[in-house]
Each structure stands twice: as C-alpha cells, then as structure tokens.
Design a protein around this ligand. Structure first.
Ligand SMILES: [Mn+2]
Length: 426
C-alpha cells in the first residue's frame, strides 16, 4: 500500500485554517524574540530518523507476544510500512535492517523498491544474541567475548556477512550490540572477556570500507543479569578508540540505569567526536522500549539540548545516525512510530529554541535561576505548529495520526496481507 501526495494534501485541507492561525501567531512571537523561524523549519525538515525493520510488528516480552493485525511478513512489507510513515511525515526516510531477519533475496530489486518510496538503508545490525538454525556452535556463553575461539570466529564471520549485505544495499554503517555477559559471579574472567571482545571488534573494524562507520552499542544489563561486557558508554568509547577513527559509541536511551544523566553522556561523547549513533525510546524502569517522550519528555528535551549544542560546536563529531529503537506491545506499531517521530521533533524544536547566547551569559554570571528559566522557557513553548508547518511545506500530513486514521490505512493493509500476517523479529 502506498499513500499518494494528493490524498495527503486533500486531508490537510481539514486543518489548514486552524493550523495557519496557530502557526502565524507562534512565528510572529518567536521572530519578535529574535528567533530565526525559517532556520528551525529547515532543521526540522532535514532531520531523518531511521525506522528499524523489527519495529513494524508488535514487540513482546519473554512472557508473550500479541501480534498486531496485518504485520509485514516480508522485507518488502516492512519497507512499504516505512514508506507510509515517510509519506505522512517526510521525516522517516530510512530503514535499519537486522540480519538474519531481513536478508534480501534480490538486493538490487529491494534497493530499487525502497528508492521508489524515498527510503534509504541506514545502519545494518548484526545479531549474535541468539542461535540460528543449523549453526555449528552456540552463542549460549557469548559471541565476540567467548572463551572458545571457534565461537568468536563464527560471530566475527556473521558480522562480515552483515557488512557484505549492507554494502549491496547502500548502507554505510554497522551497529554491533552484544548480549555478551555473565549471569553469575565467577562465570567470566572480566579481563579476558573484554580483551576477546576488543580483538574481535578490531577484526570486524578492519573489514569495513573507508566510507563506513562502526557503531558500538552498550547496555548495563539484560539478558545477562550479573555482568555485561559492554556495559556503559565508557567501555564502548574505550573499544571504539581501540578500533579507530571510524568506530563510534552508540547511545540508546533505554540502555541506562534509572536516573542516569544521559545528556551529560551525550555532551562528553560529542566533545570527543565519538557519538556516532542514537537510538530513541523511553522507559520507566529499565530497557522498556516505550514510545519516545511518553514517560520523560523533559529528559528528552535536555538530551536534545546537548545534541543541538554538540552539532553546533563539535564539528569533529559526525552527524549522528538517528533511529527509533522501541517495541510496540499493545499499540498499532505505525501509530506508535508516528507518536515517536512527533516526540523526537518536538524535543528537537524546543532545543533549537534555547537562547544559547543568553544561557552562556547566565552561566558566566552564575545566575542559576536564569539558567533554568531559559531552558524551561524553551521547553514550555508549544512547538507543534512549527512541526505542522514543516510537514505542510514538505507535502506531508499536518496531522499524521488523524490522516492515517481518516485514510483507514490499517484496514487496507489488513486487506492486502490478511489479519494474521506476522512480522519476523523480536
Ligand atoms: Mn538499540
């Protein structure tokens, strides 16, 4: 299923008048305060967030999974769903594949199909956290860290295969997230596990082309509950530095212990030029993979404030690869992703509103109250008219979720795929 621009423009008529009144009011107020509204609109239009192939079906927990109706069972179906999100928002112009769940049979045909929807291939993700059918060895006790060299070789080879598939599709980066760790004290020799991981990553890094990047993701716990080999940003940074210039740390918002100051981690990594990838989600307790901005929108804003500052001041840091990494247990995955895209852009726009010069001056004066006032003035601005205007100018939907519902997209997908079609993946 494909959404035509005409249909979206037709739907936009319903909200056009209300939108224009709200946008003009806000734009006038912001311009009076010296904000360059055109600049913010351009930034909003430029931001493209990748959708991971595993987010288009219902997620689940180890207790169960409740499939959603009309899930995409093929790679084409997944790309087509990302195409719908992109038509509605013009801000989801990339898909991130997970191998071996998404191995294309005909890479050129898949690439052409994606291009016809305006979709590019973002980072490819390897999977050494579960065994695959007919594997000669098992990842039961770890992959790149394993004390058995033949298991490490298998895991390295898998990553090389993933790079190979990514190259055929036009991807430019590999994301490695490892479940490696131990469940009980004494199970691992910590130093050996880390050294094995470093050596394995160096081997993989040597195999990526000059125009590729390697992203190393960290996570404090789960699936192992005593220790994780790459448990935090410091370990990830250390490994990235041991690999080379094109190896970077990847921050996933859900991969932190409660109350971790993620914005400070972002600032530190960007200062070092080592923040390469970014995964959005939200959480209440741990790695909950909830809709972006659904629990802690102020934290998301503070993180975006550091991202905006870093992109402005740390020119040695590449523009991070943005991706949503969430799990949709009960909502329609497409509606959930539209909510996440909206939350990302809201926090982005609010961060762009922060008067950086005034904030620096207040910091110099050590006026703590004024520092907080400046940040919260931006955070408390309802920036949604800016998002709607950016979408309107891009021929996307003024109201993506309402448009998705008005056009009865889910029922049309169900008609195409059937009620019980199931997505591969988590
Ligand atoms: Mn992630």
């Amino acid at each position: 299923m494909k959404l035509s621009v005409e249909k979206i423009i037709e739907q936009n008529q319903k909200w056009l008048e209300t939108h224009e009144a709200a946008y003009n009011f806000l734009a006038e107020k912001l311009e009076k305060n010296g904000t360059d509204v055109e600049h913010i609109l351009k930034k909003l239009k430029d931001l493209q967030v990748a959708i991971p192939s595993w987010a288009l079906g219902a997620g689940g927990t180890r207790f169960g999974r409740f499939s959603y109706k009309g899930e995409p069972a093929t790679l084409e179906g997944k790309i087509s769903d990302v195409g719908l999100l992109h038509s509605l928002t013009q801000s989801a112009g990339a898909i991130s594949l997970h191998i071996p769940w998404d191995i294309p049979e005909d890479a050129n045909a898949i690439k052409e199909f994606a291009a016809s929807l305006g979709i590019e291939f973002d980072a490819v993700n390897s999977n050494t956290f579960q065994d695959q059918p007919r594997m000669k060895k098992s990842y039961r006790f770890g992959s790149l860290c394993n004390s058995d060299p033949s298991v490490r070789e298998l895991a390295i080879q898998h990553n090389l295969d993933v790079i190979n598939i990514g190259e055929k599709l036009g991807s430019k980066s590999l994301t490695v997230w490892l479940a490696d760790g131990s469940n009980f004290p004494g199970q691992h020799n910590f130093q050996e596990a880390l050294q094995n991981t470093r050596d394995s990553l160096q081997h993989i890094y040597k195999s990526i082309r000059d125009d590729w990047k390697l992203f190393i993701e960290y996570k404090p716990y789960e699936p192992n509950f005593y220790s994780t080999v790459i448990q935090d940003w410091g370990t990830s940074l250390m490994l990235a530095e041991a690999c080379g210039d094109r190896a970077y740390t990847l921050v996933d918002l859900g991969h932190h212990l409660p109350n971790t100051n993620i914005e400070q981690i972002v600032a530190t990594l960007m200062m070092k030029g080592k923040l390469g990838g970014f995964h959005f989600n939200d959480s209440k307790y741990g790695d909950d993979d909830l809709t972006v901005g659904s629990i802690k929108p102020y934290a998301l804003f503070l993180i975006w404030n550091e991202l905006v500052y870093g992109m402005e001041h740390n020119k040695n840091n590449p523009s991070p690869a943005w991706m949503i990494d969430a799990s949709h247990n009960i909502k329609d995955p497409l509606e959930d992703l539209l909510q996440s895209l909206e939350a990302i852009q809201i926090a982005h726009a609010q961060a762009l509103l922060v008067d950086q010069n005034a904030l620096r001056e207040a910091q110099k004066q050590q006026d703590v109250v004024l520092c907080q006032e400046i940040l919260q003035d931006a955070y408390r601005t309802d920036v949604r008219p800016l998002l709607r205007e950016a979408r309107l100018q891009s021929n996307a939907a003024i109201e993506p979720i309402a448009t998705y519902r008005a056009l009865d997209v889910r029922n049309q997908i169900i008609k195409e795929r059937g009620l019980h079609s199931v997505a591969s993946g988590l």
